[in-house]
Design a protein around this ligand. Structure first.
Ligand SMILES: [Fe+2]
Ligand SMILES: [Fe+2]
Length: 347
């Protein structure tokens, strides 16, 4: 039986006459069969340790990116040019916090708690997407982030809705719906600026010039330099290579830039009739590795702000935990508590 049911059965069976090694091999065979049959792996199913740790690393990095990604845009909430724009931006930034929550919860199903992951983020042992280490210099950057950064995120995340790990795949379905709204709001914002005064048009173009190349880097290093890709593809965590997704994103953006009346800052960007795709210029991977190493324009600022927010939010977590304890314990515990305090139970 090459099914998830078989795989769950294998998990619950006691080691047979083959002993421990033999039963692990049986679990592994059932796991491989489930993945091959495009079935979902669920939290209580047996899975290889490396599959679990790969997922925790990827989901954690994704969750960290969602919450760090709130910072560059939140920078503009108080300076949004109208009430309507402010309301849209607040909703968008709040969505990103929600995405962080879904993802930390997905990581929890793999046995890794949120405290541990946040600790790794704060101490620099886990990364977030380097795109958020660039500054938001003008209001048009809010538009460029929505159009390009959220657009690149959707391109990456739509295939993750079919990821082999159930909780991650299901979280992505909702995230992608919200990301579509983020992408549209960025596009609409840039369109308004592009059709505005010459200064507004110039501001929109400048933002696109600065965000274009970092957006292409969001898909990760080229396939021949990507260390985790092959195994993740075999496990169906990842469905397409970095270069495939990057190409898809470029092909989506070119006509959209045209209808925005803006240009993409790449003189080598041209339609290739033979390939049926756009050719584009070389990406500056030195910049990518430098930002990843911590030398981007805002790395220190982002992590300092995150640590501060975590410390300042300690009282909220403590209050929520105290409330949850009280709630879980119920009335009987309250009576016990009163008895402890007063020496006898209240009537
Ligand atoms: Fe998001
Ligand atoms: Fe988003």
């Amino acid at each position: 039986m090459a099914t998830a049911a078989a795989h769950r059965t294998a998990r619950t069976q006691a080691p047979g006459p083959m002993g421990e090694a033999g039963s692990t091999a049986a679990y592994e065979a059932a796991f491989d069969a489930s993945v091959a049959a495009d079935e979902r792996i669920e939290p209580r199913d047996w899975m290889p340790d490396a599959y679990r740790s790969t997922l925790v690393r990827q989901i954690a990095q994704h969750a960290h990116s969602e919450i760090i990604g709130m910072q560059p845009e939140a920078n503009w909430i108080t300076r949004a040019p109208s009430l309507r724009r402010k309301a849209i931006l607040m909703a968008k930034v709040q969505d990103e916090a929600g995405h962080g929550l879904y993802l930390y919860s997905a990581a929890e199903t793999l046995g890794t708690g949120r405290d541990e992951l946040l600790d790794k983020l704060h101490s620099g042992r886990q990364k977030y997407s380097s795109i958020f280490n660039y500054p938001t210099l003008t209001w048009a950057d809010v538009g460029a982030i929505g159009w390009l950064v959220d657009g690149a995120a959707i391109t990456n995340q739509v295939p993750l809705c079919r990821c082999s790990y159930g909780p991650y795949a299901r979280a992505m379905i909702r995230v992608c719906k919200e990301e579509s709204f983020h992408q549209r709001q960025g596009y609409e914002l840039l369109l308004a600026l592009s059709n505005g005064t010459p200064e507004q048009h110039e501001m929109a173009q400048d933002a696109v010039n600065r965000w274009w190349w970092p957006s292409l880097m969001m898909f990760g290093p080229p396939d021949d330099e990507s260390s985790h890709s092959a195994q993740s593809m075999a496990w169906k965590i990842k469905r397409h290579s970095n270069d495939e997704l990057r190409q898809r994103f470029v092909d989506i953006c070119v006509p959209q830039a045209k209808s925005l009346g803006l240009t993409l800052p790449d003189p080598d960007l041209v339609w290739n009739e033979e390939r049926g795709q756009h050719d584009f210029g070389p990406i500056d991977w030195t910049e990518f590795w430098e930002v990843l190493k911590g030398n981007g324009p805002c790395n220190d600022q982002r992590i300092t702000q995150r640590r501060r927010a975590h410390e300042e939010g300690a009282w909220v977590r403590e209050a929520a935990a105290a409330y949850a304890d009280k709630h879980t314990a119920g009335p009987a515990a309250e009576i016990r508590g009163s008895a402890d305090e007063n020496g006898k139970a209240r009537a």
